[in-house]
Design a protein around this ligand. Structure first.
Ligand SMILES: Nc1ncnc2c1ncn2[C@@H]1O[C@H](COP(=O)(O)OP(=O)(O)OP(=O)(O)O)[C@@H](O)[C@H]1O
Ligand SMILES: C[C@@](O)(CCOP(=O)(O)OP(=O)(O)O)CC(=O)O
Length: 420
């Protein structure tokens, strides 16, 4: 910082979870404003397992806006980052930090530049919706720094302009993104259906599936689907509205049977739309199909759904078990079919690792001793190496401010990202 400049740096740090849709968003009616063709519903994941942490700093000494993602400087010039920054700056209000002797007037925010540093506690751009956690966190934390009014609906509508699915990460629990009707997008925002404590029995296991293929991004994939898939129009206009009502009902009543049937059907229809796109988009691979088959057979054998599956724009399986007991049985079946490639069970199970001991699995030898799942057609088929690792999570809370300064990702003395 130049010596002649005032030396203060004002900072805020926040943490936001990622989310996974159980009724999918796929298709925009407005590309620039990110307005969807249908409503969607998601579950927010526990931020301890999958979240973005972001520090935003403002100082009169900063000559331009800058951002670091996972320790590397990235361009902020993209339209999506610019939309979020512009919309938050518009709503900035007076800020006073008496302890530090800082006074910022509402109108000063237009001239003040920001430095942003963010870190994802899970892989970025690996099909785990890092953009959802990332843009929700950016908007939430900038809102805190600039003292923006605490209207979560409005914050979600700004996060939407970073990445559509990000608008749902502004809340915990189950969340609905209402597509809205207005051309300017003012009514396209998320609302909370129930908070994270409402259905806390659910256990979410994510199988991160090894994939060498470069996937089609959600943004370009859904653009192609809107342009070419007749099924997308039918889905958006005829199927989703009814499913949204039933899904809200199922969530409010903790009706797992209905919840699981709707979740699986909607994931399958989303992937059918991808196949109906020209050229067709293949997000799932053989491993994804094997996992679907395992769950379908088990659910069928039990006569009632034990586990719901859903897949986003990639091969990773997100499996939602009705309770802890079911989740341990699911894990045994999954680990039988997809044993770890090396002896390291600790790095094969991330998130809530205690599920391993609940399933009686303390070592790789315990996995080798597992019996074949009875519903498997060919019991000796094992697919070592086809799953990179598992993450065990649960429904979680929405964004929060981290007040402990040790969480800050920007050094208040230099105004730069720590460790770069
Ligand atoms: N913590 C973050 N803060 C701000 N932006 C982020 C953050 N993490 C990711 N992003 C943005 O999201 C982009 C990655 O989004 P992309 O859609 O490619 O992957 P993904 O969201 O992890 O996967 P998918 O959308 O397939 O689930 C990054 O290039 C960056 O622009
Ligand atoms: C399959 C999905 O995950 C698609 C998510 O798409 P994005 O929100 O990543 O797309 P953009 O709005 O273009 O940034 C389904 C969902 O999350 O609802």
């Amino acid at each position: 910082m130049a010596a002649a400049e005032p030396q203060w740096v004002l900072m805020a740090t926040g943490r936001s979870p990622t989310n996974i849709a159980v009724i999918k968003y796929w298709g925009k009616r407005d590309e620039a404003l990110i307005l969807p063709v249908n409503d969607s519903i998601s579950v927010t994941l526990d931020p301890d397992h999958l979240s973005a942490t972001t520090t935003v700093a403002a100082s009169p000494a900063f000559p331009s806006d800058r951002m670091w993602l996972n320790g590397k400087e990235i361009e902020l010039s993209g339209g999506r980052f610019q939309s979020c920054l512009r919309e938050i700056r518009k709503r900035a209000r007076d800020v006073e930090d008496k302890k530090k002797g800082i006074k910022i007037k509402k109108e000063d925010w237009e001239k003040l530049h920001v430095h942003i540093a963010s870190y994802n506690n899970f892989p970025t751009a690996a099909g785990l919706a890092s953009s959802a956690a990332g843009f929700a966190c950016l908007v939430f934390t900038l809102g805190k720094l600039m003292n923006v009014n605490e209207d979560y609906g409005e914050l979600s509508s700004i996060a939407r302009q970073g990445s559509g699915s990000a608008c749902r990460s502004i809340y915990g629990g189950f969340v609905k993104w209402c597509m809205g009707k207005n051309d300017n997008g003012s009514d396209s925002m998320a609302v909370q259906v129930v908070d994270e404590s409402h259905w806390d029995e659910l256990v979410i296991i994510i199988a991160v599936v090894s994939s060498k293929q470069k996937e089609t991004s959600s943004t370009s994939g859904m653009r192609d689907s809107v342009e070419t898939s007749p099924l997308l129009q039918y889905r958006a206009q005829t199927v989703v509205p009814g499913r949204i009502l039933k899904m809200e009902e199922a969530i409010k009543n903790r009706d797992f049977d209905s919840f699981a049937r709707l979740t699986c059907a909607d994931s399958n229809q989303f992937h059918a739309v991808c196949l109906d796109t020209s050229p067709p988009i293949f997000y799932m691979n053989d491993t994804s199909h094997r996992i679907i088959s395992l769950v379908e057979k088990w659910n069928h054998a039990e006569g009632t759904p034990q586990v719901a599956y859903t897949f986003d724009a990639g091969p990773n399986a997100v499996l939602i078990a009705r309770n802890r007991k079911t989740a341990t049985l699911l894990l045994q079946k999954l680990l039988y079919c997809f044993p770890p490639q090396d002896n390291d069970l600790d790095s094969y199970m991330l998130g809530d690792k205690s599920i391993l001991s609940d399933a009686g699995l303390q070592s790789v030898a315990d996995i080798e001793a597992l019996p074949a799942p009875p519903e498997m057609k060919m019991p000796n088929q094992k697919f070592k190496g086809d799953v990179s690792y598992f993450i065990c999570s649960r429904p979680g809370a929405g964004p929060k401010v981290l007040t402990d300064e040790s969480h800050a990702l920007i050094d208040s003395a230099t105004g730069l990202a720590k460790g770069v």
